[in-house]
Design a binder for this molecule. Structure first.
Ligand code: ACO
Length: 349
């Protein structure tokens, strides 16, 4: 039976390192608070005008494509996951197709925030398994630094996020000891507003009892983004951190166990678990709950912060580059985030 394997992987993070202490210039926070609650020491910020979510994705993709031993012209489908796209529309997939001078292939954008990369990987996996495509580029990339509130008002969110990109090339394999064994996708929209960026959008305060945006008086139009929304700083993400934490520590272990039990494995069989790098405390909680050893869980949020759709491919790439993942190893990827959506993928590397 044909499965998909990761034939090449790449990552890109911007050069600019921003330490916790660097953030003190903009907001009332401290290195101690940030490290204690999140484990983050520093993150990267993209060049404000020369780098975009797409250009970072391109840099990661170039490496993944080269490592797969192919050229951009060999790619036959693109799946691009991000919550911080260059344009509201069209998506980053077509911008990457143009930038890499690829053929007139399909390009799909995925909007699943922290679990975006796993949703993208799962979509690509289905296309490989059905035989429709042979070389699919899956990208996760974020330029968070462009859309955060750098005043003290936004500190609970802003200190967590960083910029970067990761990419993989998926190819078919008939080797029984390699490839994606299964992927598992879930959602629960009941708490959609707990971790969300409402504006710009077409919601017109429909979903919440408390208005989340102020619109200018107008007979027609001007609802998507108003002067009032900007003046009142209603263009930034919102998060109830503790509610996210509580749900994450239930759903992470659940979806990891789902992937193991479906394939007849136990936690002891995992060579490396790559959790979405949401927060080091969440990853540690999951590790404890599943009784995993330190060498079975890979974290690099300390260096990059939370890069949302990019965090899993960045961590997977670094773990592989450091020699922690070898051919045939059982690797589990898992994510939880805004939506809420959560997902896992189990593979033999
Ligand atoms: N620096 C200093 N103080 C801060 C900061 C900051 N950056 N942010 C908030 N505070 C203050 C608050 O104002 C509050 O002060 P008060 O007690 O005087 O009112 C105090 O710290 C506690 O605030 P909380 O919001 O309750 O902080 P909490 O202890 O919950 O920690 C955190 C916040 C780290 C976000 C935590 O809730 C958490 O880990 N949540 C998980 C969510 C998460 O990781 N999200 C990441 C993105 S989503 C994802 O990827 C799944």
């Amino acid at each position: 039976m044909v499965k998909s394997k990761i034939a090449g992987i790449g990552m890109y993070v911007p050069q600019r390192v921003v330490t916790n202490n660097d953030l003190l210039k903009y907001m009332d926070t401290s290195d101690e608070w940030i490290q204690e609650r999140t484990g983050i020491k520093e993150r990267r910020y993209a060049h404000r005008t020369e780098e975009t979510t797409t250009t970072m994705g391109v840099e990661a993709a170039k490496i993944a494509i080269e490592r797969a031993g192919i050229t951009p012209q060999d790619i036959d489908f693109i799946v691009f996951a991000t919550l911080s796209p260059d344009y509201y529309f069209p998506g980053c997939g077509v911008l990457l197709q143009r930038a890499m001078k690829m053929k007139e292939i399909g390009a799909l954008d995925v909007r699943n925030q922290c679990s975006g990369f796993l949703y993208a990987l799962s979509v690509a996996d289905q296309f490989i398994k059905t035989g429709m495509y042979k070389n699919i580029l899956v990208v996760g990339s974020e330029k968070h630094s462009f859309g955060l509130d750098f005043s003290t008002r936004g500190r609970n969110i802003t200190v967590i996020f960083g910029d970067g990109a990761g990419a993989v090339v998926l190819q078919p394999t008939e080797d029984p000891n390699r490839g994606i064994l299964s992927s598992h996708l879930h959602s629960d929209g009941e708490s959609a507003e707990i971790l969300a960026m409402y504006n710009p959008g077409t919601h017109a305060n429909h979903w919440t009892n408390e208005p989340v945006a102020e619109f200018d008086n107008a007979e027609i139009g001007q609802m998507f983004l108003s002067h009032a929304i900007i003046d009142k700083a209603q263009v930034f993400p919102n998060m109830d951190g503790q509610a996210v934490f509580k749900k994450a520590i239930i759903k992470f272990p659940e979806v990891i166990m789902e992937s193991l039990s479906v394939n007849g494995y136990s936690t002891a069989d995992i060579k490396v678990l790559i959790p979405h790098q949401a927060n080091l405390r969440i990853a540690q909680f999951v590790q404890q709950k599943l009784k995993l050893r330190d060498d079975q869980v890979y974290n690099n949020i300390q260096k990059y912060g939370n890069t949302t759709a990019a965090s899993i491919p960045i961590a997977l790439c670094e773990a592989w580059e450091e020699g922690k993942i070898k051919e045939g190893d059982l690797v589990c990827l898992a994510a939880f985030g805004s939506g809420f959506t959560w997902a896992s993928a189990l593979m033999k590397w």
